[in-house]
Write a protein that binds this ligand. Sequence first.
Ligand code: HMG
Ligand code: MG
Length: 295
Amino acid sequence: MKIKLVEVGLRDGLQNESVTLPTEVKKEIAVRLLHAGVKHLEVSSFVSPKWIPQLKDAEELFHLLPVRDDVTYRALVPNLKGLTRALMTPASEYAVFMSASESHNLKNINKNIADTLITIKEVVQLATEKGKPVRGYVSTVFGCPYEGNIAMSQVVHICEQLIEMGIYEISLGDTIGVATPKRVKEVIQSVRQSVPLHQLAGHFHDTRGMGVVNSYVAVEEGITTLDSAIGGLGGCPYAPGASGNVSTEDLVYLFDREGIETGLNLTELNETSLFLQEIFAKPLPSKVFQSYVAQ
Ligand code: HMG
Ligand code: MG
């Protein structure tokens, strides 16, 4: 069995860090991740630099990446302005994003859900005309920092609309890391009635230490694409209390030992986190990485 891991450390991981990294350092992280076997790399976001200053060098970073036909370089785009910027770069595919809850959607992208769906439709139409695949993130699926639980019918309805627009994959976001296995199963079993499993991905933040178990349960439910971040970095600056994504090292350790293929090299990942930890001068959250450091 094989799992596709989408590395979101350069985007989700860095967007929540207050120390701004030089573009060359981001490029070095990307190169190390590629060396560790990463084939699906979310590189940056073409969002407003006022909203996410860390990622304001997105154009420059994309142009510095090694040319690799076997690697997907993804960019987050919130609107047509973001897409226009992304189209000028070597990004090979895009991701749009919205929330299942009105309050988080408003805080994060300054629009209500209905208007966001209109914007996303425009982005998907133009990206498709240009031959670029578009992924869709749905945030706060398992709980919102402002509204608490979100109705399953709301989650399913949003996913259906995104798929209808031509989005090839939906990543179900546990933005603030509140999910537990029971809810993960319920959500997947409900959404899969409308969206085939091969078009679903899991995006689990590890705020409460549930990221690994939730990812594992998602795989047991038939999901084969998971998002993770090197070292366990990450978080949405517009979701109070959000912290790191489930770490790539933790998932690779788990799947290696369970005989599930990821194509990633754990030692190279740990070495990449060591490089990052020295830059940030603080311990990274990944447990597997910290045990590597302690050895
Ligand atoms: P806005 O202020 O409402 O935008 O922001 P606007 O359309 O009113 O424009 C205001 C100004 O922003 C204008 O410039 C625009 O040109 C500019 P001015 O005339 O004042 O000089 N602008 C842009 N500039 C560059 N690139 C753009 C762009 N768009 C407008 N694309 C906007 C709306 C969506 C841009 C803003 O709210 C924003 O950037 N939000 C992004 C927030 C974000 O990145 N959050 C984190 C990512 S989502 C996440 O982490 C969750 C996820 O990981 C899944 C999970 O964990 O659940 C994906
Ligand atoms: Mg996230």
